[in-house]
Write a protein that binds this ligand. Structure first.
Ligand code: ADP
Ligand code: MG
Length: 354
């Protein structure tokens, strides 16, 4: 049994489509689960139900085997951290961190010790007396995290905690946040709409769309086997093309025809094909030979230097496909090229795209 179990939970605010639909999820002790999905897919609603701020229409939420249905929010012992941090700008960092402990009526010596420990944990011990209004945008989320952790919650929920920060700051803080949560062994649900952040922070990821959880798994598993075209797109894969299955089982698409190694698609089916960005071979396209399977003939649009690799954009029949090249690349935008992709880089979706 998992520490937290969300069992078939649904919630509607109105007669519209439900905000959360039949969601089931388990979270293990000490695990960081990232809830990933586009804006409006129901992430905050799910968190609020777990926190007890919203009542599910259906389903149950269990913690340590106990039904939380009748347990009010403050008795659940869960912590929350929000995107706006909700800090008191004119109070000191120390007072902000002490906030939850004062609510618990913790005795002064213990409270002081606890605040110092939390400030050290987030590496802000030297700023304890500073007003929150006078610390940097990178320090404020650390104060918010210290404040959320101070009362020792049994579960911490972070709702897009770095969503308001610029990219550089976010990239640093996401790693810090993971390290801090791991150091104290916190069980956490970390909500984000950014796949880079989810991959960096989560032990496991749950991808949501339109109120439902579409796929749950470890980052590598999701990356290797996104369960639907929606998940693939959301994880950053660009090359999704529509096609159908030919008599011989090959996949016919506007960008070429493809043979998959480990699947036997049903002839006649409409499919979506995911072509992962790795290139097996690349050559000038002389058009002299007929196009072999698992190749793509297109026009090179742009080559973007990314440090360790090149991002290669290719136009084919109205699709803009994206590849990554790690070796030499003697081509220029405007060139006609032929790319070969390995069948291991192909994933087929027979169901309708979500
Ligand atoms: P997310 O956090 O993933 O952006 P939310 O849980 O905030 O998604 O919202 C899910 C859906 O529920 C959205 O369509 C949103 O408009 C709706 N919604 C959220 N909160 C309320 C509310 N208090 N009243 C009515 N509709 C709401
Ligand atoms: Mg939200």
């Amino acid at each position: 049994m998992s520490l937290l179990e969300v069992i078939a939970v649904s919630k509607s605010y109105s007669l519209d489509a439900p905000a959360v639909r039949d969601v089931s999820l388990g979270i293990e002790d000490g695990e960081i689960l990232c809830l990933l999905g586009p804006s409006g897919c129901g992430k905050t609603t799910l968190l609020r139900m777990i926190a007890g701020l919203e009542r599910p229409d259906q389903g149950r939420i269990m913690f340590e085997g106990r039904d939380m249905g009748k347990v009010p929010p403050h008795e659940r012992g869960f912590g929350m951290m929000f995107q706006d941090f909700a800090l008191f700008p004119h109070k000191s960092v120390r007072e902000n961190v002490a906030f939850g402990l004062r609510m618990q009526h913790m005795a002064t010596p213990e409270l002081d010790r606890r605040v110092v420990a939390m400030l050290e944990l987030v590496d802000l011990a030297r700023l304890g007396e500073r007003q929150v209004a006078d610390i940097s945008g990178g320090e404020q989320p650390r104060v918010a995290l210290a404040r959320a952790l101070a009362p020792g919650p049994r579960l911490l929920m972070l709702d897009e905690p770095l969503g308001a920060l610029d990219r550089a700051l976010r990239e640093r803080l996401m790693l810090d946040a993971r390290a801090i949560l791991k150091r104290v062994g916190m069980t956490a649900i970390y909500v984000t709409h950014d796949q880079t952040e989810a991959f960096a922070v989560g032990d496991r990821l749950a991808v949501m769309n339109r109120g439902q959880i579409i796929q749950v798994g470890k980052p590598l598993m999701l990356y290797q086997q996104p369960a639907t075209p929606f998940v693939a797109k959301f994880l950053g894969f660009q090359n999704l093309v529509n096609g159908f299955v030919d008599e011989d089982g090959s996949i016919v698409t506007p960008v070429g025809h493809f043979i998959l190694r480990e699947s036997e698609p049903t002839p006649g089916k409409t499919v979506t094909l995911l072509i992962k960005p790795d290139i097996e071979a690349i050559s000038e396209n002389s058009q002299a030979v007929p196009q072999p399977e698992n190749t793509i003939d297109g026009t090179l649009d742009a080559v973007i230097f990314r440090g360790r690799y090149l991002q290669v954009w290719v136009s084919v029949q109205g699709y803009r496909l994206l590849f990554e090249e790690y070796g030499d690349f003697p081509f220029q935008p405007g060139d006609s090229i032929r790319l070969t992709v390995s069948s291991s880089q192909l994933l087929l979706y027979e169901s309708l795209p979500q």
